[in-house]
Design a binder for this molecule. Structure first.
Ligand code: ADP
Length: 363
């Protein structure tokens, strides 16, 4: 029998629909199964026609469906029909997927039929799960960065405090020439500037997931970082030798971060020499094979404690009563983010040596 225009139009819509469309009779037997339903459930239409629709549902829907349909036919009380609901579908291979189900009731030639439209929600659920994961990752990152920030800000604040102590001492003794006083104030300003640079870096990282890298001469960066710790080294009675022997020292870095690493290593070295008779620190740079530049921070301190030796670069590994145990872990992440390496060793001369290498850039 030739199809009417309306019927042909509807058949085309059902055939081309992206959602599964399945019609059933009053007893739940399948009357039609469109191509999208085949794709969704894995059954061919000929396998499904005449079958109970419950086969497309996992438990508990499967068991409940028949009584639900019966109840609806008796009382007219709808739970899905005309309302829509999120349900689960069961594929031929037994796997289960989330779906939106909309059901419409129609009457044809005195028969009541139900048409179900099934919209696969798997992709959306995967996307939502991914978003949740991203959100959790971001929270983890922010938590990690807050601990890091507390650690990194401590150094300039300690330095500012040390400079203020110097200034206070000299002013008390009334023996400070204006020039010297101004010099100490400049150093304080420099540390305040450093605080704001560290904050900027963190903000950049939080919004962009990375920080700016530009070409710098590593010797200059190390020299400035050494100046930052001068005051605390002096206060701790540590003599510092700086040997910047690397000639080819252009590196592509985030200056503030590499300074942070040098400062962390120097601060640890100073702390490791607390109470030692000899308190000497050597900071040096030199070229090494493979177009790399190496920075060493050596000290004559207590040496690496066995308790943390194997976990030095893990977060929260510390032997200090008030230590956060985060400095070396941050430092290693920074160096690795710059395609370099950071490690520690004891030297034959009884010194503790922390070293890192960075690739030299030709740009
Ligand atoms: P924190 O200084 O807060 O403890 P770090 O991650 O910077 O955190 O250092 C972790 C641990 O590594 C220190 O507690 C210390 O035991 C050890 N360490 C770091 N530098 C040295 C060093 N120069 N000499 C001896 N031990 C060191």
């Amino acid at each position: 029998m030739p199809m009417s225009q309306d019927a042909a139009f509807l058949a085309a819509v059902v055939k081309g629909a992206l959602d599964g469309i399945v019609s059933i009779d009053e007893r739940g037997r399948i009357l039609s199964f469109n191509p999208a339903a085949t794709k969704l459930f894995g059954y061919a239409p000929e396998e499904m026609l005449g079958q109970g629709v419950a086969v497309l549902m996992p438990e508990p829907y499967r068991g409940e469906h028949e009584s639900y349909l019966r109840n609806y036919l008796k009382t007219g009380e709808a739970k899905i029909i005309g309302i829509g609901r999120q349900v689960e579908g069961r594929r031929k291979d037994g796997s289960i997927f989330p779906a939106d189900l909309g059901v419409t009731e129609i009457q044809i030639d005195g028969r009541r039929l139900f048409i179900g439209v099934i919209h696969d929600l798997s992709e959306r659920r995967r996307f939502e799960a991914h978003l949740r994961e991203l959100h959790t990752d971001r929270l983890d990152l922010i938590e990690h960065m807050s601990v890091g920030l507390a650690h990194e800000l401590k150094q300039p604040l300690v330095a500012i405090n040390a400079y203020l102590n110097v200034l206070r001492r000299h002013l008390k003794e009334q023996q400070i020439p204006a020039e010297k006083g101004l010099d100490v104030l400049d150093k304080i300003t420099q540390q305040m500037f450093r605080v704001s640079e560290i904050m900027d870096n963190v903000r950049q990282f939080m919004t962009r997931g990375s920080t700016d890298k530009t070409p710098h001469h590593l010797n200059d960066v190390v020299r400035t970082a050494c100046e930052f710790t001068d005051a605390i080294a002096k206060e701790a009675g540590v003599t510092t030798t700086v040997r910047l022997d690397a000639k080819d020292d252009l590196v592509f870095i985030n200056k503030v971060q590499i300074q942070q690493v040098v400062v962390n290593l120097k601060r640890n070295a100073i702390e490791a020499m607390h109470g030692c008779q000899t308190r000497e620190m050597i900071v040096s740079t030199r070229p090494v094979e493979g177009d790399m530049i190496r920075v060493d921070v050596a000290d004559t301190g207590c040496g690496l404690a066995e308790a943390v030796r194997s976990r030095l670069f893990e977060p929260f590994a510390t032997t200090k009563p008030h230590g956060l145990g985060i400095g070396l872990s941050i430092s290693r992440s920074i160096i690795e983010d710059h395609h370099g390496k950071l490690w520690a060793e004891d030297t034959a001369g009884g010194r503790t040596l922390f070293s890192f290498v960075l690739p030299v850039t030709r740009a």
